[in-house]
Design a protein. Structure first.
Length: 223
């Protein structure tokens, strides 16, 4: 079965250009607004190419709206090049940041890389138990006493990295590189915010602190 791409941009010419380029390899879905993108997401795409600057509902808002429910990679397409804009994109849940104008061959290579990474993750269906916490790495879910913990994609990536290496200390830079990749254009300071959210979601169901702060060094999983 061919993988599905969802291409979202309010500029029809850009959407048509990318759709024509990718249609030979993927099933292509298109949307020309943020609102339409929300409807097309129900088709369960394997990867989303999402423009940020759209008039009715921008890409950041779309990403934030769907990220809790959509695990597939989301690649932002934008003319914004400021570091603060990139950080905002990653915090919204994006997996990559493609600056316009872009080379289609390079874009295709990034799409393929993200899809390969996703296939590797889906291929490792392993469940581990840490006291009352059960983590299903194949399904990318976590539950405390049977209650699902609604981790975002990046939050689960961090939980996965730390829990699979319980007891090992990871500094922020190492976590960032492992989760976002060496070519990530965000900032390792975002790790602090993600750790805070993970802890808050776990604390809603348990008093056990699963992530320890090792002052001056980083973070360690305490299962």
């Amino acid at each position: 079965m061919r993988q599905k791409l969802l291409i979202v941009d309010d500029e029809k010419g850009i959407v048509d250009m990318m759709a024509e380029y990718f249609v030979a390899q993927y099933d292509v879905l298109t949307a020309y607004s943020g609102r339409e993108a929300l409807q097309k997401v129900t088709a369960c795409p394997d990867l989303i190419l999402l423009d940020i600057n759209m008039p009715d509902m921008n890409g950041l808002a779309v990403c934030q709206e769907i990220r809790e429910y959509v695990a597939c990679p989301i690649l932002f397409l934008t003319a914004r090049v400021e570091s603060a804009d990139k950080i905002s994109g990653f915090r919204a849940g994006a997996d990559d940041y493609i600056v316009k104008p872009f080379d289609l061959d390079e874009l295709a290579a990034r799409v393929e890389a993200h899809l390969r990474r996703e296939q590797r993750r889906q291929g490792s269906a392993t469940v581990r138990f840490f006291g009352e916490l059960a983590i299903d790495y194949g399904a990318r879910t976590a539950a405390l006493n049977g209650v699902q913990v609604p981790f975002s994609r990046r939050e689960f990536d961090i939980v996965e990295l730390l829990s699979l290496n319980a007891g090992q200390v990871f500094d922020r830079e190492r976590i960032y590189e492992a989760v976002w990749g060496y070519d990530g254009e965000g900032n390792s300071d975002t790790i602090m915010e993600h750790i805070r959210k993970i802890r808050a979601k776990l604390a809603a169901h348990t008093r056990h602190g699963y992530i320890d702060t090792v002052w001056g060094c980083g973070y360690r999983w305490n299962g």
